[in-house]
Design a protein around this ligand. Sequence first.
Ligand code: ASP
Ligand code: MG
Length: 418
Amino acid sequence: MLIYKFGGSSLGNAEGIRDITDIIRKAPENLVIAISALGKTTNALERVVKSYMAGDTGQAGKELETIRKFHQTIVRDLFGSAGNETGKELNSSFRNLEELIKKVPSAGYDQTYDQIVSMGELWSTSIIASWFRNQGIPAQLTDIRDYLKTDDTFRDAQVDWEVSGNLIQKYFSNPGTERLITQGFIGGTAGGLSTTLGREGSDYTAAILAYVLDAEKVVIWKNVPGVMNADPAVFPDAEKLDELSYHEALEMAYYGAKVIHPKTIKPLHNKNIPLYVKSFHSPDEPGTIIHLVDHPLDLVPVYVIKRDQILVSVEPKDYSFIVEENLGHIFSLFNKYRIRVNLIQNSAVTITVCVNQTNGHVYKVIDELKKDFEVRFNEDVELVTIRYYNREAIDKMSRNREVLLEQMSRLTAQLVLK
Ligand code: ASP
Ligand code: MG
């Protein structure tokens, strides 16, 4: 059994879909394919939800119409016309959604979000399955919501492993020459509502399927040659990493590298299933393999940059030491506003943390902290993490920059830069 996952970037236009058709044709038997939404559809659907929930039906309708046109263009490019069965089905699904967003929301934000945003994966899989069949590939489309059962924590749904395991095993085992196509990222509650597993969650779906079906391997197909040591958009000389351990992949994801969804690793590690990250442009290249590694990895420095950070220093007003009691109070405030602390440094009387500034919640924390502490902060800083650092790598990143903080452990250097 083999699990393939295709993400939005490989499915942004008809060309990408043609590329993956070839890959599927050449794939071995017993293949399950998890697919996410086409291109940037999920972002666009998020905008629909935002406008709809804010009561701006006009704007929501406009956004939705753009998404409809994008999908119909792909259908036209593939099939030569959007008037076929696929195009008609798609239009009727869009019409239903158009009707829905004219009504007053009947549920809360997150539940509504999941019902609307999950459509992206339903559309993409329906187009691709009928395209494969059009190309003579025996393809079976399965609605994952009937098999991957979750609780109702909308937008971050938790998998019911026992129920899902049984259902998935019954249906997905031994597809033989038939290609089983299903949706990544989404699931269903026992009561029949749609859920989502968190942004970028279709990698996780692939790992769930692999775990339950005891797959030999998972391949995540991307538009880059594999896992890179830096973002190629920022570092033109970024290099592909040939091999990573599960542990290293997790560390990289933790520090913010856009490697794979962090939840993906655990199920694969637990059953020792290797994960390949490969380019759909050059399927014969080896890509990156993430697996159990029993030898030391000789890695080049790996760079992860987090922008929009704020560095906050907290000092007790009465000059008392930062004792556990103070620490507990400080971190409970960050926790209260769901702010992840990306770096911590403490001295006798000061504790300094680096956190995301983007959604502005940090200013609420700062206001609360000011009641008991002296608070200073630096806005718009960058947090650079270098795994497998060396002097040269640190110099490269800090050249012509003001270094506000530097922290080193055995394998990881972190710099806060202005
Ligand atoms: N389409 C979803 C997203 O953009 C899931 C995924 O791409 O993995 O977050
Ligand atoms: Mg993705």
